[in-house]
Design a binder for this molecule. Structure first.
Ligand code: PNS
Length: 160
């Protein structure tokens, strides 16, 4: 049976750090579902869910990372409900720092309690450990250059 892993996130927008995590997940698992988790009531996002999916798809194409990787979105409830629906037993998250580990650990424990889904933490390339979507949003909104931190398709989408 193929081992499916879910890489969830807000991806608003997808960064080079996310691509690093997706690539690592794809080397470990047979199938990777990159899942844009979004709350339809949240109106403060930079990109809507459909646009985030499109940007991730385009970034994966650009990076040659689409083999065994698909991009989906989820707004219907718990992350583990999606995992159950597709038969995924593992969630993969990137951890850049001890602060990330502290933030992710309770979620990992709750997801295991809820559905027996385990979380695997992967460590991105150290040169990418300061990259986050929230910093990208802030720098971009103030007119700064975010091209070192995001795929080209995101730079183009931000320019529009
Ligand atoms: O990009 P982020 O902010 O690290 O993504 C966090 C996300 C969306 C993966 C997390 O908030 C999440 O899993 N939300 C879905 C709701 C859920 O299942 N909550 C209970 C387990 S914590």
């Amino acid at each position: 049976m193929p081992q499916i892993a879910v890489v969830p996130g807000s991806f608003d927008p997808v960064t080079v750090g996310h691509l690093d995590v997706i690539q690592r997940a794809a080397t470990i698992f047979d199938e990777v579902h990159v899942l844009v988790v979004h709350n339809p009531d949240k109106t403060s996002s930079l990109f809507d869910a459909a646009e985030r999916v499109r940007l991730i798809d385009a970034a994966l194409d650009e990076a040659g990372l689409h083999d065994g990787v698909r991009v989906e979105s989820w707004s219907s409830g718990l992350l583990v409900d999606y995992c159950r629906q597709v038969g995924a037993r593992v969630i993969v998250k990137g951890v850049r720092s001890s602060a990330d580990v502290a933030y992710e650990t309770p979620m990992a424990a709750v997801n295991r309690d809820l559905a027996g889904v385990e979380t695997v933490f992967v460590v991105p390339e150290p040169g990418r450990s300061h990259v986050s979507s929230s910093l990208v949003r802030q720098v971009a909104s103030l007119g700064g250059d975010v091209s070192p931190y995001v795929p080209r398709v995101v730079v183009e989408a931000l320019a529009q």
